[in-house]
Write a protein that binds this ligand. Sequence first.
Ligand code: AMP
Length: 443
Amino acid sequence: MTFSDLGLNEILLRALEREGYTTPTPVQSQAIPALLQGRDLLGVAQTGTGKTAAFALPILHRLLADKRRPAPNTARALILAPTRELAAQIADSFRSYGHFFRPSVGVIVGGVSHRPQNEMLARGLDVLVATPGRLLDHLGSGRLKLGTTEVLVLDEADHMLDLGFIVPIRQIVAKLPKQRQTLLFSATMPREISALADDMLRDPTKVSVTPAATTAERVAQHVYLVSGGAKRDLLVELLNDREISRAIVFTRTKRGADRVAQHLESAGVGADAIHGNKSQSQRLRALDGFRKGRTRVLVATDIAARGIDVDGVTHVVNFELPEVAEAYVHRIGRTARAGATGQAISLCDNGERPLLRAIEKLTRQTLEFTDRRAEGARQDDGDSARPAPKRPNSPAPHRNGAQHPRRDGQRPPAKRADGPANNGQKRRANGGARYKQASRPQV
Ligand code: AMP
């Protein structure tokens, strides 16, 4: 199937050609025909599936078919996104796909001054991409009116739920006309999101491209069992592998992200941090450096990283495992985008073992691991906060002498061939002999 088979306007096809898209992704081929007919849509799809183009192209097609100028202080299409970064990326996608007819596309997010946003809204917009909080401010002050908005998209609805945006969303939706097209995308379908979908969507087409609990299949995953104090040195060691050309390292906290980025920098690994305490311009600078390859490693918290659309991320490293298992799926989805392969490495200390089990349960897989705890115990005796020494440009072999999976170019197997969990037996919580025995990598 090609994009022209989907019935998209010629002007959009030219832009897609310019982007280098040849074949629609599954979410695109399933969603676009229904959306062109004006149907509502419920999409279960995570970032990396091509969902942005799946909703942006039909909206642009509609704008091309009816080239009305938007009235001042209105927007013809409204896209709600959970984070500033995602909002900026969605707007960029609209601009790219709309390259040959230049629709007016605006972004409304918090953390920046109101004045330019007021001026932009005064002109009226074809496409407005917004985070809910700041949008409500503008609705309250009367600078934006949604009574004539034709299309509403809620992107990453489950993430909006996590961030407490459900009430603001309902307040915003109440301002839109009943006669409209509504699309809701979510990577998972918790009860609150199903309820929201039931209230908002009319006879929606349902598209599901990646079941919520299925980890991106192209991502090779590996776990290092390590003591907490030895994580930073292990991270430096892993990142010294030059095969890792672009990596996102996840931490649980903003301070943790700063500390890890500083540690990497002091160890000679070019890194920058991105999280909610950074100003908008700092975040954009960090993202830009990462996207353009000036910074090899981006250290991020979940909220800052979700939705980041950077191609060519070869590795995702979970410096700390996420508290919520679903976040693991989102994190590793940062790599292996648009058909590429990628690797996810998780550093797991003893306290995080329950989190690891929750991830394995959710993703219905048993992750291969290497046990580096004995080494960590030695380092814990010393000063784990000391700056990391510079190390040679290759990761150390596994403790049992086996090569690191990447060094011989093999991906770690997705499952342990003979691991205890594969026999349906429970692993020991104290990481005893079973772990040690199973830690011989089968690579
Ligand atoms: P998304 O899931 O919307 O964040 O898209 C993930 C990535 O896939 C983005 O970098 C898009 O530019 C890219 N992409 C989307 N659709 C296609 C396509 N049909 N062919 C190639 N790349 C695509």
